[in-house]
Design a protein around this ligand. Structure first.
Ligand SMILES: *Cc1c(COP(=O)(O)O)cnc(C)c1O
Length: 517
């Protein structure tokens, strides 16, 4: 066997085990170095700093160098870690992106080394069994019966797409097999109902599925961001005879407020009209693990399809997303027989794969790291962490409500908090631009990562708001207080800077000035 040198080792080969160990040590070293050097959740300097860090690694060249340059790996690993967002940092509260458990990451290493796939029996015998068992177990979490099926997907957006694919096939089945014949010439106008607070992936899915984004009818929400069931009913009543409602999409845990659409009422409505009910619990699934929050998901068992992520609540690395259907037959539109992958006599002999439950062919084993995370946390551990994130959100909300310079929008439902900076007595020219600039300034200085959104007030006016997303159970109340103090201090600084345009020594980049929109 010819070894061309260190770093060209194959990960799964025992002779190369020492080389893999050296590289893993290099990776762990980069992780350690980055965290000792980092002073905030992200390196200061914004996009420019990331681009120049990569420029230094590449040194004018590209990745496909003419000759091997394994020594560059050290630089690449270090730069990647140094330029990464530290999801374990208490001020990294912008995205629904969790810091994964060590167990899941170790499983990822093993999964990558073995590179199993799920598209043919011999591409991953154990990985196939593992995913089947995990899907069955998850179906029982949801309260689905023995006929349930599902698949792991690359994210909630794809899980939603697949749920709506199943809904489309189901609703249009009396017009034939639309997977085969397409939608062209169909004498129906498809509709999908979701709330105004539903995730954008619903409309995108409608586009991908050939229904068109215009097929989506948005149902108004109440003051807490929940779909108004009476409005959904009214919309259904008003559909013309050629309009066919393919699905009602209920969001369990909206991206901003974390609100839960009323699942039991929507399940009643869907059952009464014979409409598919898809539940998007990409974020809200966390409630399931907490005995005190679980009632938010009452009615989940009545969904026809369910999407959820364990790479938000779940502490499993991306991608860890799940699509479940109440009845396996609803995934039949994915059936695929390929003479070279799953000939029927092989399947009859038990050599089956998961090719026919997925949109993908080669597909990595996401179940492995999810299983590792679940085993190390247990239901109790998961529930305790979800409760902890919920408590942090409530703490932040109480502190915001108590501060005159910050304004709380609403009590948190799960683990998000929406608020904005209230202008000082002297005022600011544009409170929306000012709030947006506060976020960008914290971000480019590497101090804190906050999210932003727009919330329409009772006056019909959309306003920029800031958002905190708590997914890190290690964060303390003191961390939250410090974060809010930082936000308020930057807000004051930017408001003052705007009043004194002469003093620009310590000003943020032009992009962050109030006049920037
Ligand atoms: C995050 C989220 C999604 C998208 O999930 P990805 O895993 O990011 O693709 C969909 N719906 C809701 C409600 C979400 O919060």
């Amino acid at each position: 066997m010819i070894h061309t040198g260190r770093n060209t080792a194959l990960a799964g080969r025992q002779e190369d085990a020492e080389e893999l160990r050296t590289l893993v040590d290099l990776a762990l070293g980069a992780l350690r170095d980055a965290s000792t050097k980092r002073t905030g959740p992200v390196a200061a300097g914004g996009p420019g700093a990331a681009a120049s860090a990569l420029g230094r690694v590449l040194d004018g060249g590209g990745f496909l160098t003419e000759r091997p340059e394994p020594e560059r790996l050290t630089e690449l690993f270090e730069a990647y870690a140094a330029g990464a967002v530290d999801l374990t940092h208490p001020a990294a509260v912008s995205r629904m992106q969790c810091a994964p458990t060590a167990a899941a990451v170790a499983a990822e290493l093993l999964a990558a080394a073995l590179n199993q796939s799920l598209h043919a029996w011999e591409s991953g015998p154990f990985a196939l069994e593992l995913e089947r068992r995990l899907i069955a177990e998850m179906a029982s979490w949801a309260g689905f019966g023995a006929r349930a099926s599902g698949t792991l997907t690359p994210g909630g957006s794809i899980s939603n797409l697949m749920g709506l694919l199943a809904a489309r096939e189901h609703a249009l089945r009396r017009h034939g097999d639309v997977t085969r014949s397409g939608l062209t010439g169909l004498p129906v106008v498809p509709r999908i109902l979701c709330s105004a607070a539903a995730h954008f992936s619903i409309a995108r899915a409608a586009g991908f599925l050939g229904l068109g984004r215009d097929a989506v009818v948005t149902v108004p929400v109440d003051e807490r961001g929940r779909m108004r069931v009476a409005e959904a009913r009214r919309i259904l009543d008003g559909l013309t005879s050629d309009e066919v409602p393919l699905a009602i999409v209920a969001t369990a845990g909206t991206t901003d407020h974390g609100s839960f659409d009323p699942l039991p009422e929507l399940a009643d409505l869907a059952a009464e009209r014979g409409i598919w009910l898809h539940v998007d619990a990409a974020y809200g699934i966390g409630a399931l693990f907490s005995p005190s929050l679980a009632p938010l998901l009452d009615g989940l068992d009545r969904a026809d399809s369910l999407a959820f992520d364990l790479h938000k609540f779940g502490w499993s690395p991306a991608s860890s997303s799940v699509l479940l259907v109440r009845d396996a037959q609803h995934l039949r539109c994915l059936d695929q027989q390929a003479v070279y992958l799953n000939p029927s006599d092989d399947e009859a002999a038990g050599l089956t794969s998961l090719l026919s439950t997925s949109m993908q062919t080669t597909r990595r084993s996401d179940a492995f790291k999810m299983a590792a995370s679940l085993l190390t946390l247990g239901r109790e551990g998961m529930g305790a962490w979800v409760d902890r994130c919920h408590a942090l959100a409530r703490h932040a909300a109480a502190r915001i409500a108590a501060r005159p310079d910050l304004e709380l929008l609403a009590e948190p439902v799960l683990s998000t908090v929406i608020f904005r900076c209230s202008p000082p007595a002297e005022g600011v020219p544009d409170p929306n631009a000012w709030n947006a600039a506060v976020r960008r300034t914290l971000l480019t200085r590497g101090r804190a990562l906050l999210a932003r959104t727009k919330v329409t007030g009772t006056d019909g006016e959309p306003r920029v708001h800031l958002k905190l997303v708590f997914l890190n159970p290690g964060t303390t109340e003191a961390d939250v207080d410090e974060l809010l103090a930082d936000v308020a201090a930057v807000a004051r600084e930017l408001a003052a800077a705007d009043r004194e345009p002469g003093t620009d020594h310590d000003r943020p980049p032009a992009d962050d000035r109030l006049m920037a929109s």
